[in-house]
Design a protein around this ligand. Structure first.
Ligand SMILES: C[S@@+](CC[C@H](N)C(=O)[O-])C[C@H]1O[C@@H](n2cnc3c(N)ncnc32)[C@H](O)[C@@H]1O
Length: 499
């Protein structure tokens, strides 16, 4: 495991990786689709797919495929200086004429991360993972905002390193010393400045305030406590609750927090109420993004899938232990998702949205648009009476790019239009079904006229009842604003302007 290494060796390793095009696209060019790294069981196939373009192929054999290689062949392809730099930086070790990798090196989002291998065996308590789908989901939500930032439970430093250049400062905390050694190494390898601090969650930064908080904490609810990156010593959903509340209290006015969370979902209670109850009296607005609510069996099966593959003979016993734990704790369902917080003085709101999948693209601007849309509604609601009228007096335009999809279905010799579906092209998976009668409304939301004018025009065109249509349009505008699909028209509008 590498520790704080001589800066020259790390700089030489960086140079070697850059010269060799050790990047997602460079590796793909040699026949390997990296995804989130390589699993041991895929190695025989990948080794045979690898094109022998050196020195990149040698680096891939070591740091993607985890192979032990012959020392002299290694020196020939990588060069004596490169080979020595890898060893001195702690990335390889040499024994009996063979070179073995100490870490995996995974390029991700334009950076490279040293981390522990993903073995085809049990993980160890202080295992430090590389980029994962969960990390990818969280980072896609984040908008860098230039201020002071903190990454709690940083692991090998993923978020801290990705965000460092865009923030004026960034602290990374973790309880796992192995994680922090890797986070330090990775910050040097990527030439970014990260202040790395050991300690439990916010404890190392307890007196500080931030403009940006990110955290993918060990949120899994289970009877286990062994794996530091997945299980916390906290019971039930305490770790998620505590992290959300702590993030809220460490945010400066206008600052944003982004966290992945799991929570105990009581029957008959809206899921967003659970998250909103965590935020009471914290001075933060929140957008909750629901990935799903699972029963204990589905949840247990998902989080024990590794054991199901590795030790199927033990899996039934493990599932029974998890299910007994959930019964004993009277947990009937578990929610999974993300929470985005913003500290704001005033009457705070919490709003929940159900995702239909992970964001396929960067969703930071979409998340910001949801906050902006919810703010518009909050200002109207604060004004009290005549809320629909207020909304309709304003001009809005649809955010672009968005996609409106509609199918024609043939029945009894005639085509009829299915309801249309509206979704952003870049952002969160939040498709909205648009009833056919509101499609003409949608097509007019270009910021050139108020909702009232749109209602009058469409009522005249379709012969519909103006009052009824106006009420529906107000509801539709509200829905669009809450989903970050609509924005106030720029410049002067008729009626009260939003300030
Ligand atoms: C799910 S991993 C996330 C790692 C990385 N940020 C990512 O998103 O891939 C959770 C991290 O929290 C760390 N952790 C666990 N308990 C902690 C605690 N009490 N205080 C600080 N970090 C903790 C683990 O060591 C691990 O690095």
């Amino acid at each position: 495991m590498p520790g704080d290494r001589d800066a020259d060796s790390i700089a030489a390793v960086r140079d070697l990786l850059l010269r060799s095009d050790y990047s997602t696209s460079g590796i793909a060019r040699l026949g390997i689709d990296l995804g989130m790294g390589a699993r041991t069981r895929d190695v025989p196939v990948l080794l045979r797919a690898l094109e022998p373009v050196e020195p990149l192929a040698s680096l891939i054999r070591l740091f993607v495929l985890g192979q032990v290689v012959d020392g002299s062949a290694h020196e020939k392809t990588i060069g004596r200086a490169g080979s020595a730099a890898l060893r001195r930086a702690g990335l390889t070790q040499v024994a009996g004429g063979a070179v073995a990798p100490n870490v995996r090196l995974t390029p991700w989002r334009g950076f490279v991360f040293a981390h522990d291998p993903d073995p085809d065996d049990d993980l160890w308590p202080q295992h430090v993972s590389g980029p994962t789908p969960a990390a990818d989901t969280l980072i896609r939500l984040v908008s860098a905002n230039g201020g002071d930032a903190v990454d709690i439970g940083t692991g090998c430093g993923l978020f801290a390193i990705l965000l460092a250049a865009a923030q004026s400062s960034i602290v990374a905390t973790d309880l796992n010393p192995s994680a922090l050694r890797l986070a330090r190494l990775n910050s040097h390898l990527n030439e970014v400045t990260v202040e790395v601090r050991e300690g439990s969650f916010f404890e190392p930064v307890r007196d500080r305030a931030f403009d940006l908080v990110v955290s993918n904490p060990p949120f899994v609810i289970s009877p286990e406590t062994e794996l530091l990156f997945r299980h916390s010593a906290f019971g039930r959903d305490e770790v998620s609750r505590d992290m959300v509340r702590s993030a809220a209290t460490h945010l400066r006015e206008g600052g944003f927090g982004y966290l992945l969370v799991n929570w105990i979902q009581p029957p008959d209670r809206p899921w967003i109420d659970v998250l909103a109850s965590w935020l009471e009296e914290t001075g933060c607005d929140a957008v909750g993004l629901l990935h799903g609510v699972e029963d204990p069996l589905a949840y247990s099966a998902r989080w024990t899938a590794r054991e199901q593959q590795l030790r199927p003979e033990r899996h039934g016993h493990t599932l029974d232990r998890w299910l007994a734990h959930f019964r004993q704790e009277r947990i009937e369902a578990i929610g999974s998702g993300a929470v985005v917080l913003r500290r704001r003085t005033g009457r705070n709101w919490s709003h929940g949205l159900e995702l239909s999948g992970d964001p396929a693209s960067e969703a930071g601007p979409h998340v910001q648009a949801i906050f902006a849309g919810r703010d518009v509604l909050a200002r109207i609601e604060e004004r009290g009476a005549g809320r629909d009228a207020d909304l309709l007096r304003s001009a809005f335009r649809m955010r672009e790019p968005h996609r409106l999809t509609q199918s024609l279905v043939a029945r009894d010799g005639e085509y009829t239009a299915d309801p249309a579906t509206l979704a952003v092209v870049t952002g969160l998976a939040l498709p909205l079904e648009v009833p056919n009668e509101l499609v003409p409304v949608l097509l007019r939301l270009d910021g050139s006229q108020s909702g009232e004018d749109v209602a009058r025009e469409v009522a005249a065109e379709t012969g519909g009842d103006l009052d009824l249509l106006s009420t529906r349009i107000a509801g539709f505008l509200r829905e669009l604003l809450q989903r970050g699909l609509l924005e106030p028209a720029p410049g002067p509008t008729r009626g009260p302007a939003f300030r």
